[in-house]
Design a protein around this ligand. Structure first.
Ligand SMILES: NC(=O)c1ccc[n+]([C@@H]2O[C@H](COP(=O)([O-])OP(=O)(O)OC[C@H]3O[C@@H](n4cnc5c(N)ncnc54)[C@H](OP(=O)(O)O)[C@@H]3O)[C@@H](O)[C@H]2O)c1
Length: 409
């Protein structure tokens, strides 16, 4: 499918929040939403950067209605404060784009006691979403389906998550290297999407109980020229040489185009109810793997992650709502948590015309190579040499898969 932001409808009267809006993909997401008349809250950790970004957008679109919402995702107190402040300002919220992120940064713990990528990319967005959901549901109740949406930015880098997907024994992955840490956090974004969809999406208990319908998606934006790679530490530099080669061949999208899939999911009229809950990568290109991992499709893993997150966030005082008892399957996952951590195999995902995707179960060949990719990085507590080998093997599996894909064209 194709999509262009010019086809977005008139968004006057609609309110959106975009995290990480001062730079890269988030900046253009804010710009296009505002260009179409939405009132957009741009989240930025630096008020100076946020103010400058808003001024720049206003130069392009003088009537843009954008406000700054200061929030540092490394500091959950500031996330909760920003959400509460927003709730004093608005009575409706039509779209939340959980976009901000960091990639393959050196190991660091936040003052809240969580690993930096895990908190920035996943936990803080979970907390933000948790605080905004009641308003989003209230907004949705009086509007047609598809009027209220959540978009979680993920990445094909989720394929680099550790074996089993989420390492509940040591979520900080201190010894596993920056890419597995990035992969785990980006996998969590996909699993969070599945849970939100199951709870609030079309045909969910929320809809059946008349409590509001929210469409949710996870987006891999493509390989995009932004500031994301600037914080990659030395130990993550192997992967960066692959990006340099792709850049040399002009295979990286400009930041504007990187925002288009998010915009489709946040506000396009062409998104369909049956696409809620899915993983979108509308604009694919050479150099990117074409699959979701098996872990990304593992519903029990999604349930286990939601239980872990809800419990820990409530214990630490960041979550407001009581545990939602979602499905009978949820109860099952409590008694068989280890089953949910079994290595799930990868499947080939092919795009269909309407932009959603169809898992075709995977040919034997695809299964083998995909499992190879998962195995290659699926290690807990790896030694530095093993880490380098794992990264090399992951890169090779990506390149091999791409070459195979091209051969099949
Ligand atoms: N670029 C790609 O090729 C690519 C590929 C796959 C997925 N993604 C995903 O796309 C999303 C957007 O990234 P991007 O490529 O546009 O990168 P970017 O230009 O670096 O933008 C990231 C944004 O997140 C913000 N951010 C980082 N840490 C934060 C914190 N602690 N608190 C608040 N805001 C914080 C940054 O703020 P500062 O300006 O203050 O740092 C910036 O506004 C990320 O989730 C990324 O994982 C990107």
């Amino acid at each position: 499918m194709t999509f262009h932001p010019d086809t977005l409808p008139d968004l006057k009267g609609k309110v959106f929040i975009v995290t990480g809006g001062n730079s890269g993909i988030g900046y253009y997401t804010v710009a296009h939403l505002a260009e179409h008349g939405a009132h957009v809250y741009m989240c930025a950790r630096s008020p100076e950067k946020g103010t400058a970004a808003i001024a720049n957008i206003k130069k392009m679109h003088p009537s843009a209605n954008i406000d700054l919402l200061q929030m540092d995702l490394m500091d959950l107190t500031s996330v909760v404060a920003a959400a509460k402040h927003f709730l004093t300002l608005e009575t409706a919220l039509h779209g939340l784009v959980n976009n901000a992120g960091i990639m393959a940064t050196p190991f660091e713990m936040t003052k809240d006691g969580h690993e930096a990528q895990w908190q920035t990319n996943y936990l803080a967005h979970w907390v933000l979403t948790e605080h905004l959901l009641p308003l989003m549901l209230r907004t949705a109740k009086t509007l047609p389906p598809g009027s209220v949406r959540i978009v979680n930015l993920t990445s094909s880098g989720h394929l680099g998550a550790p074996k089993g997907g989420i390492n509940f024994k040591d979520l900080s992955l201190e010894d596993s290297g920056p890419w597995p840490r990035y992969g785990q956090s980006k996998l969590a974004n996909i699993l969070h999407t599945k849970t939100l969809h199951k709870t609030y999406g079309p045909d969910s208990p929320s809809v059946r109980n008349g409590e509001g319908e929210i469409w949710v998606s996870s987006v891999h934006p493509g390989l995009v020229e932004t500031n994301l790679a600037t914080s990659v530490g030395e130990s993550g530099s192997g992967m960066m040489s692959v990006f340099s080669v792709l850049r040399m061949f002009g295979l990286i999208w400009p930041a504007d185009k990187g925002s288009w899939t998010s915009l489709f999911c946040a506000a396009s009229r062409d998104m369909k109810a049956e696409q809620s809950g899915t993983y979108f990568e509308i604009f694919r290109r050479f150099g990117e793997p074409r699959w979701q991992s098996g872990a990304a499709k593992d519903e029990k893993l999604a349930e286990r992650l939601e239980e872990w997150t809800g419990e820990v966030m409530r214990k630490e005082g960041w979550a407001i709502r009581p545990t939602v008892n979602r499905t009978p399957a949820n109860a099952l996952s409590r008694v068989a948590p280890l089953v949910s951590l079994g290595l799930a195999e990868l499947e080939v995902v092919v795009p269909v015309v309407d932009g959603s995707e169809a898992a075709v179960g995977g040919t034997d060949e695809a299964d083998e190579e995909a499992e190879g990719a998962d195995d290659a990085v699926g290690v807990e507590a790896v030694a530095p040499e093993a880490e380098a080998e794992a990264e090399d093997a992951f890169l090779m599996s990506m390149v091999k898969a791409e070459v195979d894909n091209i051969a099949k064209l």
